[in-house]
Write a protein that binds this ligand. Sequence first.
Ligand SMILES: *[C@@H]1O[C@H](CO)[C@@H](O)[C@H](O)[C@H]1NC(C)=O
Ligand SMILES: *[C@@H]1O[C@H](CO)[C@@H](O)[C@H](O)[C@H]1NC(C)=O
Ligand SMILES: *[C@@H]1O[C@H](CO)[C@@H](O)[C@H](O)[C@H]1NC(C)=O
Ligand SMILES: *[C@@H]1O[C@H](CO)[C@@H](O)[C@H](O)[C@H]1NC(C)=O
Ligand SMILES: *[C@@H]1O[C@H](CO)[C@@H](O)[C@H](O)[C@H]1NC(C)=O
Ligand SMILES: *[C@@H]1O[C@H](CO)[C@@H](O)[C@H](O)[C@H]1NC(C)=O
Length: 360
Amino acid sequence: MKALISAVLCFLRLSACNLAYALQLVADPYPDKPRITFKPDGTFKITVFSDMHWGENPWDVWGPQQDANSTRLMKTVLPSEKPDFVVLNGDLITGENAFKDNATFLIDRIVAPLNAARIPFSSTQGNHDNQKNITHLQEILREQTVAPLSYTRVAPAGVGGEEGPGNYWVPVYEKTTDSTPTLILWFFDSRGGFTYGDNSTATAAMNAAWGPAENRGALAFVHIPPHLIQNLQATLNSTKEPGLNADALGSGSTQSTTDEADVGQDDAFWNSLNANVKNLHAVISGHDHGNEWCIREPTKNVIFCFDKHAGYGGYGDASWGYGVRNLLFSSADPTVGVQTWIRLEEGEVRANITLGAQYS
Ligand SMILES: *[C@@H]1O[C@H](CO)[C@@H](O)[C@H](O)[C@H]1NC(C)=O
Ligand SMILES: *[C@@H]1O[C@H](CO)[C@@H](O)[C@H](O)[C@H]1NC(C)=O
Ligand SMILES: *[C@@H]1O[C@H](CO)[C@@H](O)[C@H](O)[C@H]1NC(C)=O
Ligand SMILES: *[C@@H]1O[C@H](CO)[C@@H](O)[C@H](O)[C@H]1NC(C)=O
Ligand SMILES: *[C@@H]1O[C@H](CO)[C@@H](O)[C@H](O)[C@H]1NC(C)=O
Ligand SMILES: *[C@@H]1O[C@H](CO)[C@@H](O)[C@H](O)[C@H]1NC(C)=O
């Protein structure tokens, strides 16, 4: 208990705690799991499954059929893409249809293809993962229990707050023996309507442990796009910014846009992320199933990308197709651009671009 309190204090306020303990927390968040590393050929590939929306209408024929289709999609994509790491970017479950007694069984089914393929992964949670009979925390704890290669973690108490516990990072090393990571994957919990608690000093502890932020690259995953993305849709040029653009963004499509009083509530998140994390290749969201594009957000000069709707559950249109976003690092150098593209279940590749200074 004492260690836990000390860990929480450390995470929140570096000055209020034992520095060595904070560094240990940051430097080795997964003492019992294999380190995530680049391949010996210097590449690293991530495949993102987003908005799977498991568990719709289990009492009807079509609900379980959707889930069977989503499993088929995963079993088709995983052996053909052979990712080094997988991200499940929110709305794993349509919580509105979940039953208290068995909601978390759905997690077992979602992770089964990843367990079978022995691929490390982690998840974010979305607005549909927090409902009457399911919470983000329940999903995370179940995933940790049934998936040995899940890197999903719960933030220390106070960070993210009630109903929003899924804030964490996964360090990626070039080689297992390296003392510092070359890439940080950030995961943020985008529950609706949160207010900020105390500020986290995780990035300060990283800088103390690993040196300046500029030494590392980063990618950030969050289920719901920042609100600044909404107005950029009107500026899209499908030649420069390719990818399906079938979902008009409106109230609730991005963070803090459900009502007037909400607007700007995600500014603290957006400011902090962009001030403290360097070499941020992109911020990646799901939530709006008909969009696949990437665009530069001019106030922070950072690229934002939509995922691809991967689940047969959730709203959609058969013509949009189902698939994944892939991200391919060709080098562990954090300043080298990252290739990213949409791949449909049937194999079609589209919106293949390089995330870098030249884009958008
Ligand atoms: C959960 O329980 C409901 C109601 O009994 C049932 O229809 C559904 O198939 C169950 N789901 C799972 C994942 O076991
Ligand atoms: C399942 O996938 C098949 C093949 O793509 C499709 O024809 C069918 O409509 C899908 N069923 C559901 C319920 O999504
Ligand atoms: C929650 O689960 C209970 C029993 O497991 C069920 O009766 C109820 O309908 C569920 N609530 C919703 C909103 O689905
Ligand atoms: C958190 O950071 C913001 C922005 O820098 C600042 O305005 C706020 O006072 C800080 N909150 C706490 C509790 O330190
Ligand atoms: C869209 O981008 C292309 C390629 O840069 C450019 O040639 C074209 O003029 C742009 N279209 C508009 C409407 O700006
Ligand atoms: C994406 O484009 C790059 C550069 O043209 C090319 O080398 C790569 O093979 C393409 N990727 C896919 C999956 O088609």
